[in-house]
Write a protein that binds this ligand. Structure first.
Ligand code: HT9
Ligand code: FE2
Length: 315
C-alpha cells in the first residue's frame, strides 16, 4: 500500500515576536502603509499591558498546530493518507505564501487549507484563502479549503462546556445562574460586508444560538468587539456600549464568550480582560470571560474532521 502525503496549511492571524517587530507587523496589517507614531505607540502599549512584552499568540498557534498534527496522525492511522501540517500566517512569518512554498519543497502535491477561526467573511477567511490559492496555483499544488466550521457539533460542545464551567463559578460566588447575562462576541468588521451578502454575521449568530442551546442558556445577546478606528462605520453595538446599556437595565453579572476567537491574544487579553473589565468595574458589574479553546481536543477533532472530509475526495 502506498501512502499519499497531504499537506495541511494551518492558517492564523500571526503576531510579532518582539517589540521591535510591532511596526513592521502593523504596517503589514495596513497593507504597506506605516502607522503614525501615535498609532504605533498605542498598539505597543496594548501589547505591553497584556503580558509585558510577550506575544502569547505565537506560542498558542505553535501548540495548536502541534496538537492538530497529533490528532490527524491518530485519526488517519491505518489509512493510506498521511497528513503533514504547515503554518501559514496572515501578517507575520511564516507567511501564508511561505507555508505553501515549504510544502512544495517537501514534495507535496495535494493540500488542504484551514484557518484557526470558525466563521467565514470575505474580509477574513476569504483573504487567507485567496493568498494560499494564488501561491498554490503558481507552484502547481492542488489545494482545497475549509471555508468555515461554525456549527460543527464538537466546536459547539467545546464552547458550551466552557460557558457551563464559568456559570458554575458565578453560582459558587452567589449569583443565580439565570441572572447571568451571556454575551457572545466577535471581531467587528466594516458594515459594508452586509451589503456584500457576507455570511459572517449570520454564522456568528448561528454559533451563539447553538452554544446557548447546548449550555441551556436562555438569557444571552450577541455583541461586537475590537472594531477598527477608521472613518467607515463598523458593525455594532460594541461591547463597551452593550455593557453601559445592560448596566442601565440593572444587569450585574456578565459572562463574555468570544466565539469568533480560538486563542488567547490581544483582542481577548486586552480588549476584554483589560478594557471591558475596567468599564464593567466602573459600572459596578461583575464580568468574566470563558477560557479560550486553545488546543482543546474537541476543537482539534473539529479541525481534523473538516480536513479529513475534504481529503476523502482524493482517497
Ligand atoms: C475578522 C478579524 C479577526 C478574526 C479572524 C481571524 O483571526 O483572522 C481578527 C483577529 C486578530 N486581529 C489581531 C490583531 C490586529 N488586528 C488589527 C486590525 C484589523 N483586524 C481586522 C479583522 C480581524 N482581526 C480588521 C478588518 C482590521 C483593520 C485592518 C484591516 O483591514 O486588516 C490590528 C491593527 C490595530 C487595531 O486595529 O487594533 C491588530 C494589531 C490578532 C492578533 C492579536 C495578537 O497579536 O495577539 C487577531 C487574532
Ligand atoms: Fe484584527
Amino acid at each position: 500500500m502506498s501512502t499519499t502525503k497531504i499537506g495541511v496549511l494551518v492558517m492564523s492571524y500571526g503576531t510579532p515576536e518582539s517589540m521591535d517587530q510591532v511596526e513592521a507587523y502593523y504596517t503589514h496589517i495596513r497593507r504597506g502603509h506605516p502607522p503614525t507614531p501615535e498609532q504605533l505607540q498605542e498598539l505597543t502599549e496594548r501589547y505591553e499591558a497584556i503580558v509585558g512584552g510577550v506575544f502569547p499568540l505565537r506560542a498558542n498557534t505553535d501548540k495548536q498546530v502541534a496538537a492538530l498534527q497529533e490528532t490527524l496522525a491518530r485519526m488517519s492511522a491505518g489509512s493510506d493518507q498521511q497528513f503533514i501540517c504547515y503554518q501559514g500566517l496572515k501578517h507575520a512569518r511564516p507567511f501564508i505564501e511561505d507555508g505553501v512554498e515549504q510544502m512544495f519543497r517537501d514534495g507535496i502535491h495535494q493540500a488542504i487549507g484551514i484557518v484557526l477561526a470558525p466563521h467565514y467573511s470575505v474580509m477574513s477567511i476569504g483573504g487567507y484563502i485567496k493568498r494560499a490559492e494564488a501561491k498554490a496555483a503558481e507552484l502547481g499544488i492542488k489545494m482545497s479549503f475549509v471555508h468555515s466550521y461554525h456549527l460543527h457539533p464538537k466546536l459547539i460542545q467545546a464552547f458550551a462546556n466552557r460557558v457551563s464551567a464559568k456559570l458554575e463559578q458565578f453560582k459558587e460566588a452567589g449569583a443565580k445562574r439565570d441572572q447571568v447575562k451571556v454575551l457572545f462576541s466577535a471581531h467587528s468588521l466594516p458594515e459594508r460586508i452586509l451589503q456584500m451578502g457576507d455570511p459572517y454575521q449570520d454564522q456568528l449568530l448561528e454559533t451563539a444560538g447553538a452554544v446557548a442551546a447546548e449550555a441551556g442558556v436562555k438569557d444571552w445577546q450577541f455583541t461586537w468587539q475590537s472594531a477598527g478606528r477608521t472613518a467607515d462605520p463598523w458593525l455594532g453595538p460594541d461591547i463597551l456600549d452593550t455593557l453601559r446599556t445592560l448596566s442601565q437595565e440593572q444587569v450585574e453579572d456578565i459572562l463574555v464568550a468570544p466565539i469568533g476567537f480560538v486563542s488567547d491574544h490581544l483582542e481577548v487579553l486586552y480588549d476584554l480582560d483589560i478594557e471591558a473589565k475596567t468599564i464593567a468595574k466602573e459600572l459596578d458589574m461583575r464580568l468574566e470571560r470563558i477560557d479560550s479553546l486553545g488546543n482543546d481536543p474537541l476543537y482539534m477533532e473539529t479541525l481534523g474532521e473538516c480536513v479529513m472530509k475534504l481529503a476523502a475526495d482524493w482517497a
